[in-house]
Write a protein that binds this ligand. Structure first.
Ligand code: NAD
Length: 290
């Protein structure tokens, strides 16, 4: 393997150290941050994610307030629950685990989260703040990708980045973060209708795959020396694999994130970081997540 391994565990533990220091700081003012998690339905992957997030919270001293709704609620019931958490002064951050079961309108549910408690950074107000380059919570996975790049001192400015995937959760916000002032990459967003995706990807200095198709990105798609970030998580017979054919691509890329052990760990760490920022905003009385 020629490529440097971008270890999510290593970068995430640096973030978690900052988070623990932030929690300790708040504790000195007698404040313990609270993160509310809302899990609807019985999707095994969602259960695993929420369990991991609650474990992370416990590790750093963040209180977790968990709502597990095995029986699918009505849209109104779910909105009432989230509105209640938004109004609850004991809750600093709210995470509604997505995707919600079919029939529930995710946009409307996320819209009920007080934007100051929106630790996933997915409320329209916070997505607007991202576009406007105003401070605010950034979506955790894109923020985690930016952090892993900076953790390993990988230059972004002036680089040609291709982000494959245009979801509001990953692809679009990540493209904005890469292009934002200070990061300064030149970014192309590719998607399911992109023509000749392989050639486009081969132009990238930084190639991000956020699609959900196991091992889609092959060595022939990658410019020699490119940095490859694999956001994909695919459950296959051989276990968890990313969107990148790791064995092939790691022979061509200069740096690559593994799956598992890459971006997923960063996502979780950024959630904790956003929760501490939300708690700081809460006790300062100013509101808003820095
Ligand atoms: P999504 O289904 O919302 O979006 C997938 C995107 O891929 C779409 O924009 C679509 O246009 C594009 N796409 C689909 N087929 C394509 C093709 N053949 N060629 C090019 N583009 C294609 O998914 P998402 O929520 O953005 O998640 C993407 C992947 O990232 C999934 O595997 C998901 O599990 C994973 N994910 C990982 C983390 C993490 O923390 N590591 C977080 C969120 C999502």
């Amino acid at each position: 393997m020629a490529a440097m391994l971008l270890k999510g565990g290593e970068a995430a533990s640096a973030v978690m150290k900052e988070v623990a220091a932030g929690v300790a700081d708040l504790a000195r003012s007698g404040y313990v941050p609270g993160l509310a998690t809302v899990l609807v339905g019985d999707d095994p992957a969602s259960h695993t994610y929420v369990r991991a997030k609650r474990r992370d919270a416990a590790k750093v001293g963040i209180r977790s307030i968990h709502h597990q709704l095995e029986e699918i609620p009505s849209q109104e019931e779910l909105e009432d629950l989230v509105n209640g958490l938004s109004a609850d002064p004991g809750v600093d951050g709210i995470l509604v685990q997505l995707p919600l079961p079919e029939g529930l309108d995710e946009g409307r549910v996320v819209g009920c989260i007080d934007p100051r408690k929106d630790v996933d950074g997915l409320h329209n107000e916070n997505l607007g703040r991202l576009v406007a380059e105003l401070p605010g919570p950034r979506p955790c996975t894109p923020a985690g990708v930016m952090r892993i790049l900076s953790h390993y001192d990988l230059p972004v400015s002036g680089k040609r980045a291709v982000v494959v995937g245009r979801s509001f959760l990953v692809g679009k916000p990540l493209a904005l973060l890469l292009a934002t002032k200070g990061a300064d990459a030149t970014v192309t967003i590719a998607h399911s209708r992109t023509v000749d995706l392989e050639s486009l990807c081969r132009e990238a200095d930084i190639l991000v795959a956020a699609v959900g198709r196991a091992k889609m990105v092959k060595a022939s798609w990658v410019k020699p020396g490119a940095v490859v970030i694999d956001v994909g998580i695919n459950r296959t017979a051989e276990g968890l694999v990313g969107d990148v054919d790791f064995a092939e691509v790691s022979e061509v890329a200069s740096a690559i994130t593994p799956v598992p052990g890459g971006v997923g760990l960063m996502t979780r760490a950024m959630l904790m970081s956003n929760t501490v920022s939300a708690a700081r905003g809460n006790i300062s009385g100013l509101g808003g997540v820095g």
